[in-house]
Design a protein around this ligand. Structure first.
Ligand SMILES: C[S@@+](CC[C@H](N)C(=O)[O-])C[C@H]1O[C@@H](n2cnc3c(N)ncnc32)[C@H](O)[C@@H]1O
Length: 287
């Protein structure tokens, strides 16, 4: 299967505290208030811009003699300036406290005299885990056993084909395989470390295949159920692909995140600690 192509599309940020809102269709902001360039700009680039502008403002204030001395005043002034710029760039709210404490924490970290190689190693590990999350806005979080069991109960006994798009470290695949020995499972994951972990965790399940690549670049035809635990950002595109490629009678199951403007055929409230909601979309001829 040719799945190795990374995809490239602009994205928007999800927030955990907006979990409730995320499963509701969201009105898009008026284009007149959101310049095209801003809405197409990835959040990571906006964050970088805010930080750089914060430093620019602090430098300017220093040149004008308006900044009292002291490294902490300098650090927090940069943070406040970065917050203002981030708000102007319409960064999502949860970025703002990060902007405030980023430079002070960097200064604090410098006082520990930790060798620079440690920071580089930490960056490399995080990059290999989160990979393209800065662009896709799909972070790594894991499906629990109760949720996998609820998904397993959606299909009648018999041989079934199930696809986990963005399989992370294989939590859904391993839990589902324990519930349904009759299922053939496929997981697709783009991030290197989660992919390796998913491969290792599923090595004892011969009916489970884990592929490294972009799930948008693989065919979803032939699967009885496609499971998605992603973020609000790709859901419309996921739906478009599902209705184009999935066979009538198959199911698209989204953990927590709705599809703007599309009502699920069924909502399952899982009795787990995080009160997971599974949104079930049936694919029919008319989709
Ligand atoms: C929230 S995790 C879900 C993990 C797993 N499905 C589970 O339920 O435990 C989402 C995963 O999707 C991966 N991902 C996001 N976009 C992807 C893409 N286009 N192709 C492949 N993997 C992707 C991310 O790297 C992340 O590991």
């Amino acid at each position: 299967m040719a799945c190795l192509k990374e995809y490239d599309r602009p994205v928007i940020a999800p927030t955990e505290d907006e979990q409730y809102l995320l499963i509701q269709p969201q009105p898009s902001p008026s284009p007149s208030f959101t310049p095209m360039l801003l809405s197409a700009c990835p959040p990571a680039i906006k964050a970088l811009l805010a930080q750089l502008c914060g430093w620019g403002v602090v430098w300017l204030l220093g040149q004008l003699g308006l900044l009292p001395g002291g490294v902490w005043i300098l650090a927090f002034s940069q943070g406040v300036a970065a917050i203002v710029v981030a708000a102007m760039l319409r960064c999502t709210r949860w970025w703002l406290p990060i902007h405030l404490v980023f430079t002070p924490l960097a200064f604090a970290a410098l006082t520990f005299k930790i060798p620079s190689g440690v920071w580089l190693a930490a960056f490399a590990v995080f990059a290999l885990i989160y990979w393209s999350s800065y662009r896709t806005q799909v972070p790594l979080f894991l499906t629990n056993r109760e949720t996998a069991r609820a998904v397993a109960e959606l299909l009648p006994p018999g041989s079934i084909e199930v696809l986990d798009i963005g399989c992370g470290i294989g939590s859904f695949l391993t839990a589902f395989a324990q519930q349904r020995g009759d299922a053939r499972l496929t997981g697709i994951e783009s991030a290197p470390i989660p992919f390796i972990l998913a491969r290792l965790r599923t090595r004892k399940h011969p009916a489970t295949t884990v592929i490294r690549g972009d799930f948008f670049a693989c065919s979803w035809a032939g699967y009885d159920l496609v499971y998605a635990f992603l973020s609000p950002v790709p859901m419309l595109e996921v739906w478009e692909k599902a209705r184009r490629e999935m066979k009538p009678g198959s199911l698209l199951v989204s953990n927590s995140f709705g599809i703007p403007g599309i009502e699920p055929d069924r909502v399952i409230e899982v009795e787990d600690r995080r009160r997971t909601r599974l949104l079930v979309f049936s694919i029919s001829e008319k989709n």
